[in-house]
Ligand binder design. Structure first.
Ligand code: NI
Length: 228
């Protein structure tokens, strides 16, 4: 039998099914079909959230279209806080790297620390727009862009790292304040990305929460290569 981890407890699919059904019927009576919130209180207590894959009709006895979102509420909160702290992490990281090596290119096809910094801000501008589309215009489209092409054709070495860092800080801060108290339903919103297909608000958070730590690691590798 398939088992799921619910909070710290493990329970089998059958139990899960019944918990969810109870929650479904209780909420369905209150809210009516089509607007059923399946977040059963028990799951919330356990730090876990159940969402329907597909809406079903009231009194339907067999309710199988369930999944537990991998990202429970607590986990998401942690991600949001980490997302909001990123500019401090970035500033601290930059202090480790001497300015004289910011334009050092470890290999033909690799970015310099300077380019990574400008990329971070250009990426953040895109992220800023995507978050707002996810919240205000779910179901719409967001544009992918050619990161490498931007770095090559937008004269990244001629742009100011100081300005980029400041712009990044302001953008990130504004979005952090925007997302931190969004209601649970908003996190299920989706948009169509021109290259990646359907992305949810949770996917968006996941991507951009990782973005800065990943690029700090990349900068550290550039620094190691320069030191050699
Ligand atoms: Ni990136």
């Amino acid at each position: 039998m398939t088992s799921f981890l619910v909070g710290n407890l493990s329970c089998d699919l059958w139990d899960l099914h019944h918990f969810a059904l109870m929650g479904f019927h209780r909420n369905a009576k209150k809210q009516g079909v089509g607007e059923v919130n399946l977040t059963y209180p028990l799951f919330s207590k356990l730090g876990c959230k159940v969402v329907p894959i597909k809406r079903t009709v009231l009194n339907k006895s067999h309710f199988e279209l369930l999944r537990i979102t991998k990202m429970d509420i607590e986990h998401r909160k942690q991600k949001i806080e980490s997302y909001g702290r990123a500019h401090l992490d970035l500033e601290t990281a930059l202090e480790q790297f001497p300015r004289e090596m910011w334009q050092f290119r470890p290999a033909e096809d690799q970015w310099t620390i300077h380019e990574i910094m400008i990329h971070i801000t250009d990426s953040e501008v895109n992220s800023y727009v995507r978050a707002r589309r996810l919240i205000a215009e779910p179901g719409g489209a967001v544009l992918g862009y050619d990161e490498g092409g931007w770095a090559k054709r937008l004269g990244y070495h001629q742009q100011s790292v100081k300005d980029a860092l400041e712009l990044f800080r302001v953008l990130r801060q504004a979005t952090y304040h925007l997302i931190k108290d969004q209601p649970a339903d908003v996190w299920k919103n989706t948009v169509q990305h021109t290259e990646d297909g359907t992305i949810t608000m949770d996917t968006w958070l996941d991507t951009y929460e990782r973005h800065i730590p990943e690029h700090i690691q990349q900068m550290q590798l550039v620094y190691q290569a320069w030191k050699k």
